[in-house]
Unconditional design. Structure first.
Length: 91
């Protein structure tokens, strides 16, 4: 059986994570945006749709897995395009 957190405001304040200055810490989840899919690529588009579904469902683990698969796909199939794009940006 799951235990619920209950108590007085003073007790709850003692359970709130704080930094060294006693200010409450923001421990909310931060998700990486992930790599950008290449335009006009069906596989990139598939990964983008899967990632959006995982985000909509709040499944951060699946989003992370999809980002890994997309990065691998980009490295395997689009390395030359990405290198040319990077070179153009830094020329």
């Amino acid at each position: 059986m799951a235990k619920t957190t209950q108590g007085t405001p003073e007790e709850l304040a003692l359970m709130t994570p704080t930094g060294s200055q006693g200010v409450p810490l923001d421990l909310s989840l931060v998700f990486e945006t992930g790599p950008e899919p290449m335009p006009n690529c069906a596989e990139c588009a598939m990964h983008r749709v899967e990632r959006e579904r995982a985000k909509a469902c709040g499944d951060g683990s699946k989003r992370s897995d999809i980002n890994v698969r997309l990065r691998r796909h980009l490295a395997d199939k689009h390395a030359a395009e990405l290198e040319a794009e990077h070179a153009a940006e830094h020329a």
